[in-house]
Design a protein around this ligand. Structure first.
Ligand code: SF4
Length: 703
């Protein structure tokens, strides 16, 4: 992919990688993608990053699953032991009929013997909105339970919890492109140059025209050189830093009194709470000087229009919800919500994590974040789903489900496009749990680490091989179109879900994703005025939209919030230490994340020729002084050990990492970061603390 201009078919679609949701033109010939160009989508305006431009040939990789597979009766014990190029000692090929029967009957048998709660589902933010909707319906209607979740639990569940609580909506209040209208922007706990590269180009443009960028991150980022202030605070002290900033705004009365009176509640309790967090006291904790805290606070409060962007550096902590609550309070204090150039924007990760969450693939909410505990909501879905009684009790979340599997309470799983054998914290525990399942159905495009543990594997179409809608970080619902056929017998996910549903006794009748979309509209106000036909014609519509000719609202909440009396809420946050802190045995801090070239668990990007050539080897980043102390040259190996396990990995010298930290990307199975990570959860968002584990770093040659 990349240099051939020889094509016969052009398809307008959406990039399958990150939540920016760049629109692409896929040029193909003879069923193969030849090259990809950016087109003028509302988020990308023609731009693409290296993944979108050069990463799509993963779909033609020889490891693609092309036939249904069934575990052999004489297969070796389940474990991470299957060669994706030669799986035949573990699996045999099957027809679709046989595989679907075995997959469905295995789940239905567990339902009969142990009840619906013995089965759980992990769906995928890599599927379309229609597939996410069908998947959660499959679990809820088929098993009368809410044990359905997906990777939002591992990225922004805490942000969504805080936004739902305090603003009344889990989505962004303004598109990232609104930065064009801002005077100041805070980017905290996010490395957009690597993780949201096209969004990062808009951020850089903003600084070029004089916008004031403030970066806050324990790890230096490439974006910092464009920033007026870089606050490299101590890991895990976000609340201390943010409360100190708000203390200045409160004590110096820099807040927007009129906005607070008109649009918020809880200010006076919040004001009393925040008084204890003086810059001097918090400075000792977070490592940022009191003067810098004051300067930043005054700049934010005096800006006419300011935005706050955040990533998983904020959300992936046991105090992730508190971190997001602070950011919301900061914006509310200064009235930086609801106007052009203002807003709260958690940068969503996967290309359809916003849409998958909107479609209800989360255990406590039906589509459009309607609570399963609300009798009126259950009654609405009983009507739409033809008499289905829904369980009032919210279901379990990703890490909780894996724990119940380990304990033997959950005996069957249907995993669609997720890879918990790589993505879950304390992943050896997750792998042991998966090996215990009586029946595991995995639906995916590759034989992932999770598929190693499957009883039945169903080969699915990749995103450029199917039709459907996806929703990006900006709330833009976009039409994704099929550019090429799937290899072999692989089928679109929605078709497979429908076939399984019929086999577990559900009377489903869908022939096209547009019918699913029409059903979604019956319960989802966010899709009001958005039709399949309109998306086919316009490619993208931002929700909410107030009419067939309104392209949608890039900024929301100008006139109040979808909460009681239309008011957003201040929720005070206390400083909570990380779940485990460095000690003599584990004296440093491990943090994990992504790289520009590799996407999540690497199943796609490590099979993309250009991306894997640029970044072929597992690596970690350490400060040069730390490497010197260890006696390791850049490019040499280090051993990282936490209370969960140990990995050996090549070390890079990186001044952006503090001397007491190590950064480890999680895309590499040969040095799986999640062998090391802590499964401790945020109590509200139930998100694990991926961003902070106590670790020992050693030179393996000197042991
Ligand atoms: Fe794809 Fe995200 Fe890159 Fe855009 S920024 S091309 S959506 S990976």
């Amino acid at each position: 992919i990349g240099d051939s201009k020889d094509f016969d078919t052009e398809t307008k679609s959406v990039c399958p990688f990150c939540g920016v949701g760049c629109q692409v033109s896929i040029k193909s010939k003879d069923g193969k993608v030849k090259y990809v160009e950016g087109i003028n989508g509302p988020a990308n305006e023609g731009r693409l990053c290296v993944k979108g431009r050069f990463g799509m040939d993963y779909i033609h990789h020889p490891h693609r699953l092309t036939k249904p597979l069934i575990r052999r009766d004489d297969a070796p014990e389940k474990g991470l032991n299957v060669d994706p190029a030669n799986p035949w000692t573990h699996f045999r090929e099957a027809t679709w009929e046989e595989a679907l029967d075995k997959a469905a009957h295995g789940l239905a048998d567990l339902r009969s013997y142990y009840g619906g709660a013995s089965v759980a589902g992990f769906g995928s933010a890599k599927c379309t909105n229609e597939e996410a909707y069908l998947f959660q319906k499959f679990i809820r209607q088929g098993f009368k339970h809410n044990n359905v979740d997906h990777c939002t639990r591992l990225c922004h569940a805490s942000s969504v919890a805080a936004l739902m609580e305090n603003v009344g909506s889990g989505a962004v209040t303004a598109t990232f492109n609104e930065i064009e209208n801002a005077d100041l922007a805070i980017v905290i706990g996010s490395n957009p140059t690597e993780n949201h590269p096209v969004a990062a180009t808009f951020f850089k443009q903003f600084t070029k025209r004089g916008g004031e960028l403030i970066i806050m991150d324990p790890r230096g980022t490439a974006m910092a050189r464009h920033a007026r202030h870089m606050l490299q605070f101590r890991p895990g002290t976000d609340v201390a830093l943010l409360n100190a900033i708000m203390n200045v705004i409160v004590e110096e009365k820099l807040y927007d009194r009129q906005y607070i009176e008109g649009f918020t509640e809880g200010f006076f309790e919040f004001r009393d709470h925040i008084r204890a967090f003086t810059p001097e006291r918090m400075s000792e904790l977070c490592g940022i000087g009191a003067d810098t805290i004051r300067t930043v606070a005054r700049s934010f409060a005096s800006a006419q229009r300011a935005m706050i962007f955040w990533g998983m550096g904020v959300s992936q902590h046991i105090h992730g919800t508190d971190n997001a609550r602070c950011l919301i309070s900061l914006a509310l204090l200064c009235g930086h919500v609801g106007r052009p150039g203002t807003g709260l924007h958690p940068l969503r990760g996967q290309n359809n994590v916003q849409g998958a969450s909107d479609a209800g693939m989360i255990p406590q909410f039906m589509p459009d974040y309607q609570s399963v505990t609300d009798p009126e909501v259950r009654s609405l879905f009983k009507h739409i789903w033809e008499g289905t009684e829904l369980l009032e009790e919210p279901g379990l979340t990703v890490v909780e489900i894996i724990d119940r599997v380990y304990r033997g309470d959950i005996k069957g799983m249907y995993i669609l496009g997720e890879n918990p054998a790589m993505s879950d914290p304390d992943v050896e525990h997750a792998r042991k749990a998966l090996a215990k399942l009586n029946h595991l159905v995995v639906q995916d495009i590759f034989l992932t680490e999770t598929a190693n543990y499957a009883d039945v594997i169903l080969p699915a179409a990749a995103m450029p091989e199917k039709n459907g809608t996806v929703t990006n970080t900006n709330r833009q619902v976009q039409m994704m179109r099929k550019a090429v056929d799937s290899p072999g017998d692989a089928r679109e996910d929605w078709e497979i879900i429908v076939d399984l549903a019929r086999r577990i006794g559900l009377d489903w009748d869908y022939d096209h994703p547009s019918q699913v979309f029409a059903e979604m509209k019956m319960s989802m106000r966010s899709l009001h005025h958005i039709t399949w036909k309109r998306l086919e014609q316009d490619n993208a519509v931002t929700y909410p939209t107030f009419g067939p000719d309104d392209p949608g609202q890039s900024v929301v909440f100008a006139d109040g919030f979808p909460r009681r009396a239309g008011r957003a809420k201040f929720t005070p946050a206390r400083v909570t230490p990380p779940a485990e802190v460095p000690d003599e045995s584990f004296p440093m801090i491990l943090t994990t994340g992504r790289q520009l070239e590799h996407w999540h668990t690497g199943s796609m990007t490590r099979r993309a020729t250009v991306l894997d050539a640029v970044e072929p080897e597992a690596n970690c980043s350490l400060h040069p002084s730390t490497l010197r102390k260890l006696g390791v040259e850049p490019g040499g190996m280090v051993r990282l050990t936490t209370r969960r396990g140990s990995v050996d990995v090549m070390a890079r010298s990186d001044r952006m990492v503090a001397p007491d930290m190590v950064f480890l990307p999680f895309a590499y199975v040969e040095a799986a970061a999640n062998i090391l990570t802590n499964p401790a959860l945020d109590p509200y968002g139930k998100i694990p603390e991926f961003k902070y584990s106590a670790v020992r770093v050693e030179n393996p040659l000197t042991e």
